[in-house]
Design a protein. Structure first.
Length: 221
């Protein structure tokens, strides 16, 4: 018995003795994006990944640096309210930590949004974010609470503070007290700008993702 050889073609079926190959479906969605979907953090990262977030914290960074430096310079020079110096120093330290952690979080999220090397482990990025984001939130809440506590320290002695006679118990160095007083209002201004910028994240999301997702291309047989 003789058998007929079958040919392989992509043409429309016209012969019962012809086998037809079905092309594989091809997806142009990057493999890395699929991996990141499976390893995403339980925390919302769109806030930290937005370009408005680093702008907000970089606008703020000068405040804690100034607080820390001024607080260290005038230690023991405000007997009317020693907590003003402590407030400046602690605010400076917590604010600088807040900025540093925020920058790291933003960088890691941005690294997840681009095509990483096949040898990179997305799980390591996800684990780091799971640790850093809660720490950022805790420091942020502490910083806000300590900020309002500092207002009580500063405004409580506003009408009694003495800037010239260091022998009086009401004395506080003018540079220290005035700096603390002014920085409170600058903080409010920075907070307002940060709120406006981050509201824009929800209202007008920036199109800053270097990768674009494309629909799955199907090749019909």
């Amino acid at each position: 018995m003789s058998s007929k050889n079958k040919t392989v073609t992509y043409k429309q079926p016209i012969d019962e003795n012809v086998d037809y190959l079905v092309p594989l479906q091809y997806s142009s969605i990057p493999i890395q994006s699929k991996i990141l979907e499976n390893t995403s953090s339980p925390f919302p990262t769109s806030f930290f990944g937005s370009i408005y977030f680093p702008i907000s914290i970089l606008l703020y960074v000068a405040i804690p640096i100034s607080q820390l430096i001024i607080g260290l310079i005038y230690i023991g020079q405000c007997p009317i309210q020693d907590l003003i110096v402590a407030w400046m120093i602690v605010s400076g330290v917590s604010g600088i930590l807040l900025v540093l952690i925020g920058v790291i979080i933003h960088i890691k999220i941005r690294q997840q949004s681009i095509a990483l090397s096949p040898y990179d482990d997305p799980q390591s990025y996800s684990l780091l974010l799971r640790i850093l984001i809660p720490i950022f939130i805790i420091i942020f809440l502490f910083t806000v609470g300590w900020f309002f506590a500092g207002q009580a320290f500063v405004f409580e002695v506003k009408l009694r503070v003495e800037f010239f006679d260091s022998t009086l118990p009401e004395y506080c160095h003018g540079n220290l007290y005035k700096a603390a007083y002014v920085l409170i209002f600058i903080d409010y201004l920075i907070f307002l700008l940060a709120i406006i910028l981050n509201v824009l994240t929800c209202v007008v999301p920036p199109d800053d993702n270097p990768q674009k997702k494309h629909p799955i291309d199907h090749i019909n047989t």
